[in-house]
Design a protein around this ligand. Sequence first.
Ligand code: 5AD
Ligand code: SF4
Length: 457
Amino acid sequence: MKNNPGSGQVGINIAKSDDKAVKYVFIETFGCQMNVGDSERMVSLLADSDFIETEDPKKADLIILNTCSVRDKAEQKVYSSAGRYRELKTEKPELILGISGCVAQQGGEGLLKRMPYVDMVVGTHNVHKISAIVSQIRGGGKRRSTTEMYDGFSPDEYALNADSYKNKIKFFVSIMRGCNNFCTYCIVPYVRGREVSRSLADIEKEVNALAGAGTKEITLIGQNVNSYVGEVSFPGLIKRICLIGGIERVRFVTSHPKDISEELIYLYGEEEKLVKSLHLPLQSGSDKVLGRMGRGYTSGSYMAKINLLKKLYPDMAITTDIIVAFPGEDESDFAATMNIVKEVEFDGIFSFKYSVRPGTKAEEFTADHIEPDIAKKRLSTLQELQKEIGKRKSRALVGTDQMVLVEGRSKADASELTGRTPCNRVVNFSTKNIVAGDIASISIVGAYANSLRGECL
Ligand code: 5AD
Ligand code: SF4
């Protein structure tokens, strides 16, 4: 996955006829694509109990912090956000405050004790129970923590409210959950459990419903989508999704470099709907560090796959994740990472300083910890390099024509439309003849730090 370090609203539009019955839910989402998908699911399920999503926490009757525990800063953010919402509760005592996601899974009852103003803690395998839990609390039930973990999916786990799909141009569809890889630094296998895949029929049913409601772009999500095991392989699943009428673009996230197959690489050339964009987390360019991370590939095997992709699809957008200052990373290891970044010229990098996660294998590597000021310096050196590369790559797009999937009005300027290229770059432009959901040919006339400016052809 693509990692989503910020937070945001999910943006599902639901029309309601009886305003008196309407209640508002505000969800703040931290972390990766799995959390964004879970937030979408919660909004959809809560619509059944007459909740409408709001972007204004002050208006909310229910606030949910959908949390991430991948790095320690993300956890701190949860405590400070929850503290802020606590103040809203003094003005509106009936406001329900909930914590979901990975911090919820890990903290359970402990979070209820630590934050007495929190009403519910909902673990990663219990998202589908959200409406029942909220109803119980609204009915005067006790504060509660629901963090049981299950080996498989329960039949109603992905039963969504089809009405809530309306007007969603793009949607995340979960194809699996959990991870079996146990990279030595990572908390995910502990908070999301082991890998389990959804059935092909269930996924197709959801995508068909989305297509019927006007969705144009599907992102198949999982912590490790290449490990999908259903009636078909992962490439087989993509082929089936591409057959669904109305769906114009298919993406997926996240892929593990050790598992990405040649079959999948060649599929990009066969399926027009599969956009030429790939998130492939490198983590480090040093074989010593990759070994200690337990990643199961070398820089050489990673580069062989990248080189094949670039040879076959010169325009492909490739993004990655990198951790700097993993225990034992010396200057030559860091230089190896920098060299790969220079060689690949990624379209985007999500970069992080290593942070110790309790209970992981790397927690034992204390003797090799990197000094914080060195870690900080390495991160900024890497980010400076990527900034240069990003600028260069954006400028190279000026003068090209791009097929842009229009997502709606630009938040910064409502007179403009905003959309994305197949490579997921944001393009803002003005026109009168195009609406959300259209795919339009747009001429790129300018490049900024985070977006492109276009003109409608
Ligand atoms: N410290 C820093 N970064 C981490 N990530 C995962 N665990 C850690 C950690 N302990 C990063 C990885 C992963 C992304 C989602 O978060 O780069 O790909
Ligand atoms: Fe974490 Fe590794 Fe699994 Fe990704 S593949 S979720 S980094 S354990």
